[in-house]
Design a protein around this ligand. Structure first.
Ligand code: 5CA
Length: 449
């Protein structure tokens, strides 16, 4: 993309309403625009990051054997009356009526709708196990929407639902989700720690939240610091292997880690003192197992091998896709702006032409731009008639992980400068070497088939 042809409305001033770094930088970098309390337009740069996060979530869900689909944002109140949640859900539910006076609602989650789809089509245990998911906008009329996209009213969520014949199968589905979530967050350069939680309006007493440690998070967190050393890394995962998934869950949940909701001071006191730590965290996902709560209420029944009709065991699983954009910034920024992990960066690198209008420099930049595109690096070329300092500030603010600076002095020796946003380290390289270097870096983030 050439910046002159792009739409990147960066702000010079720090918006007064933004209290935390991610909100400030998302507004300043022209990623989002607030349209009403907790409701945002995603401008091109923000939309790029949101789409990259969505793709990673999709890839990891598919890898775990889960099937993508799409349900509508508006739902009929009838379904929610069947489960009893139409009244229970309270003021967070946005209720709407259509011209015929029929009650609708903007979905805050989809347990009822997916259960309805399931009961309309599945009759036999032979069609199980089944896990369906979608990534769709949700609406919760939060009392205090705040921190930008972190606590929105309209937000983008991945929600998945599994259907199993037995409790044991359902536990495996739960464990499989936990592992696939760990992989998803690791791919985004995040460490999200699973913590025992409470079911809330979704229900179920077996549930974990995934938290990113950050002082600006909304949940209080108590944990054993040794948990920070545990990573999935590049281990090969067989999602069909119940014992491997159970072992990974065990490994990631053995050490103490609780939010203020489930914190148990006595158990925490048993953690050696030097490892006890208390901070705050951002909840970027939650998984639930709630057995037959919805299937029994709504008649999602299958015949088992003995011909007996039984309600299916279910769970639901959510990732806060739009919240992740903010959470990643909270975990990756400095005083100059955002520092995107490569996997979710809106552009792979910035090209800075320090002498726009100089024919040799312009031509070198055009060649470099073409070469990077061909190498799959997806560059943003700052081709504006601006001072070099202003260009550096923009590329730093919007957080591109790499920057290539092109100027007449370097070009005289056939060199450009490659700078790493995170470390600030720079190297003078031949143009072709800089291109290959970035190509290699980004190749690591492409998923193997
Ligand atoms: N049905 C279940 C699982 S699909 C469910 O709705 N779970 S949830 O309530 O925990 O939401 C899933 C994730 O969505 C949360 O972990 C959080 O990351 C994100 N989320 C929830 N509320 C908001 C909000 N108001 N703004 C932004 N993200 C939110």
């Amino acid at each position: 993309m050439r910046l002159r042809r792009y739409f990147l409305p960066v702000l010079k001033e720090t918006p007064a309403e933004a209290q935390i770094a991610s909100h400030r930088y998302m507004l300043r970098a022209g990623m989002v625009k607030q349209q009403a309390a907790g409701i945002y337009s995603w401008l091109p740069l923000g939309y790029r990051v949101l789409s990259r996060i969505k793709s990673i979530v999709d890839e990891e869900q598919t890898r775990a054997g889960h099937i993508p689909m799409l349900m509508p944002t508006l739902q009929s109140a009838e379904l929610w009356r069947e489960s009893g949640r139409y009244d229970e859900y309270g003021e967070e539910m946005l209720r709407i009526s259509d011209r015929h006076g029929r009650d609708l609602l903007y979905g805050p989650t989809n347990e009822e709708m997916i259960t309805d789809i399931f009961r309309s089509h599945v009759r036999s245990y032979k069609d199980l196990p089944l896990t369906l998911y979608h990534i769709q906008w949700k609406f919760r009329d939060e009392m205090r929407p705040r921190f930008g996209v972190m606590r929105g009213r309209e937000f983008y969520m991945k929600d998945g639902y599994h259907f199993d014949l037995t409790e044991a199968d359902a536990k495996h589905a739960y464990n499989r989700h936990l592992v696939s979530y760990l992989r998803t967050y690791e791919r985004m350069g995040l460490q999200a720690i699973p913590m025992k939680s409470e079911g809330g309006p979704i229900g179920g007493d077996y549930t974990h939240e995934f938290l990113i440690l950050a002082e600006t998070g909304e949940s209080g967190v108590f944990y054993d610091t040794r948990i920070k050393d545990i990573r999935l890394g590049s281990q090969v995962i067989d999602y069909d292997d119940p014992s491997q998934c159970a072992r990974i869950l065990e490994e990631f949940t053995a050490l103490y880690a609780c939010t203020d909701e489930t914190h148990d001071p006595e158990a925490f006191a048993r953690v050696p003192e030097e490892y006890q730590h208390q901070t705050r965290g951002i909840e970027v996902g939650q998984i639930f197992y709630f057995g037959t709560k919805y299937s029994a209420a709504m008649g999602a029944i299958v015949q088992n091998a003995q011909g007996k009709e039984v309600p299916v065991h279910m769970g639901s699983h959510g990732i806060g896709v739009s919240r992740l954009v903010g959470a990643i910034i909270e975990a990756n920024h400095d005083e100059r702006g955002i520092i995107w992990p490569e996997a979710v960066a809106p552009f792979g690198c910035g090209i800075i032409n320090v002498k726009q209008g100089d024919p040799t420099t312009d031509a070198a930049c055009a060649d470099l731009y073409a070469a990077l595109r061909a190498a799959g690096v997806d560059p943003l070329y700052d081709d504006r008639e601006e001072r070099a300092g202003a260009k550096f500030a923009t590329i730093d603010l919007i957080g591109l992980p790499w920057r290539i600076t092109v100027g007449p002095r370097g070009l005289a020796q056939g060199l450009v400068e490659l700078t790493h946003r995170r470390t600030g380290e720079s190297e003078d390289l031949a143009i072709a070497t800089a291109v290959t270097r970035l190509q290699e870096i980004y190749r690591q983030h492409q998923v193997e088939a």
